[in-house]
Design a protein around this ligand. Structure first.
Ligand SMILES: Nc1ncnc2c1ncn2[C@@H]1O[C@H](COP(=O)(O)OP(=O)(O)O)[C@@H](O)[C@H]1O
Ligand SMILES: O=P(O)(O)O[C@H]1O[C@H](CO)[C@@H](O[C@H]2O[C@H](CO)[C@@H](O)[C@H](O)[C@H]2O)[C@H](O)[C@H]1O
Length: 441
């Protein structure tokens, strides 16, 4: 039975969100033939009374070449069914579909306004398959297939197309997307953007600088080390401020008054409560966190809010030969769509990036015997680059005044609380990194 075979296969996939819980039932909600030998499936997976939906590209071949053996799902009546994201001959059809604005049984493929899609490049699945699958076509496009489907327009598509319509700088150009109605709501299934083939991500660049400092003689300061990153951190600050200004111009803005600020402090506390229940190492830091959140409640001036990135860190920015480009405007994975689209203070993104400088500085220390000696250098690198980023942010027109300090601090601490949970779940050896954020300064 196909559904049972799919259930066994899906539970082993890296992007499957329901790992560790038995699958009670898998049913096929939609099954569309895109082209002979390529089907698009939306499957519903029931686990412990709740349902999640996932999309699959199902290939069908009578003969399966060796290069696709690893993608085999099952063989039914002599037909090999396999994960067609690994088959460039089949995924070529997605480029065709988007370039021609094809619609197949409710599956709508679209190209971005003004975009001309070259249909000749062939795809490769990007190495690190995580919660989604990204296909890189030649060195031209990257198409992200959202695996777990949440009804609604994906914030990444919404934001990038709005910014591109304004010719905003610092974004990767949109080329196309795939959408369908899910529960009667227009839902993004895939989004294709310009592939920045000649760029490095900010995390790798920052780590190179940190390594350089650690390898320098102890008297060499972060500013003097060969691989100083401060110039880049500053340019990134400028780019961040410009993108915030574009977001404020492209989407509604508002201000939140005292009673809503209190609500924001409440939401920090709720996140903390849930996190402490899951990660007991957080408990000793609760009083200091409570105090920082209380400072937010004392704010008297209104706080400007707008659309923001929402999960801003060094892994979301890429340095091309000429500039910084910001990716992945999707907000924090796992949060409900409404929350990810909600207006927020841009300081939330600033705080996210400040945290990331801390991460880059400390991640080589986790579990190392020489960590204690390097601790001061890590702090010096983080302080130096955090300051440069803030300077760039102000230079680019971003607002951070004295009154913002309490809010920025609370956002940073709340992000660190989120990271504590993220690391406890995904990379326990990294847990000391966000925990270091709660040490008194
Ligand atoms: N437009 C792009 N050009 C080049 N590489 C990209 C592009 N978009 C994403 N990437 C690469 O893919 C990685 C993961 O992308 P991301 O959008 O952050 O996916 P995820 O949501 O799974 O974290 C990035 O760190 C980057 O290395
Ligand atoms: O990039 P994603 O949208 O998947 O974001 C999640 O994973 C990130 C880790 O890859 C995580 O970021 C944390 O680790 C980064 C280093 O790997 C560091 O630069 C970030 O500052 C830190 O928050 C992110 O929080 C999570 O949502």
């Amino acid at each position: 039975m196909l559904t049972e075979l799919l259930a066994a296969w899906i539970s082993r996939q890296r992007w499957f969100g329901g790992k560790g819980r038995p699958i009670d039932e898998l049913s096929i909600e939609a099954d569309v033939e895109l082209t002979p030998g390529l089907r698009h499936l939306i499957v519903a997976v029931w686990q412990e009374g709740s349902r999640d939906r996932y999309q699959l590209l199902l290939g069908e071949r009578h003969e399966l070449p060796d290069r696709l053996a690893h993608a085999l799902i099952a063989t039914v009546d002599g037909v090999h069914l396999y994960d067609a994201v690994h088959d460039p001959e089949r995924t070529a059809w997605l480029l065709d579909g988007m370039s021609r604005d094809e619609t197949r049984s409710g599956l709508r493929m679209r190209h971005a306004p003004g975009a001309e899609i070259d249909t000749t490049p062939r795809s490769l699945v990007l190495g690190a398959e995580q919660s989604n699958t990204s296909l890189v076509y030649g060195d031209a496009y990257i198409c992200k297939l959202f695996r777990r489907l949440i009804p609604g327009v994906n914030p990444e598509l919404e934001i990038v197309t709005a910014l591109a319509a304004r010719d905003a700088p610092h974004i990767a150009q949109p080329y196309g997307w795939i959408e369908a109605d899910l529960d009667g709501t227009d839902t993004t299934l895939a989004f294709m953007q310009e592939f920045l083939s000649n760029a490095n991500d900010g995390w790798d660049l920052a780590l190179t600088s940190v390594r350089d400092l650690y390898a320098s003689p102890p008297e060499v300061s972060a500013a003097e080390a060969g691989g100083d990153f401060a110039g880049e951190a500053e340019r990134l600050g400028v780019a961040t401020a410009r993108v915030h200004a574009e977001l404020a111009a492209a989407f509604p803005t508002d201000t939140i008054e005292t009673h809503e600020i209190k609500r924001m402090a409440e939401s920090f506390r709720r996140r903390l409560g849930r996190a402490v229940a899951e990660v007991p190492e957080l408990r000793p830091h609760v009083p200091a966190l409570e105090e920082a959140y209380h400072e937010v409640e004392l704010l008297t001036s209104a706080v400007p809010v707008q659309r923001v990135h929402g999960d801003y860190h060094l892994g979301q920015v890429m340095r091309t030969p000429t500039d910084w480009v910001i990716l992945d405007f999707e907000g924090e994975p796992g949060q409900p769509l409404a929350e990810r689209r909600a207006l927020s203070s841009p300081l939330r993104d600033v705080a996210g990036m400040l945290r990331s400088f801390d991460y880059a500085a400390r991640h080589l220390l986790a579990g190392r015997p020489e960590a204690a000696e390097l601790e001061d250098r890590a702090q010096a690198w983080a302080d130096h680059n955090r300051a440069a980023f803030l300077q760039g942010y102000a230079q680019g027109g971003g607002r951070i005044d004295r009154a913002d300090a309490a809010l920025l601090r609370a956002f940073e601490l709340s992000k660190a609380v989120y990271e504590v949970v993220y690391e406890a779940r995904n990379r326990p050896t990294w847990l000391p990194i966000p925990l270091a954020a709660f040490r008194p300064r």
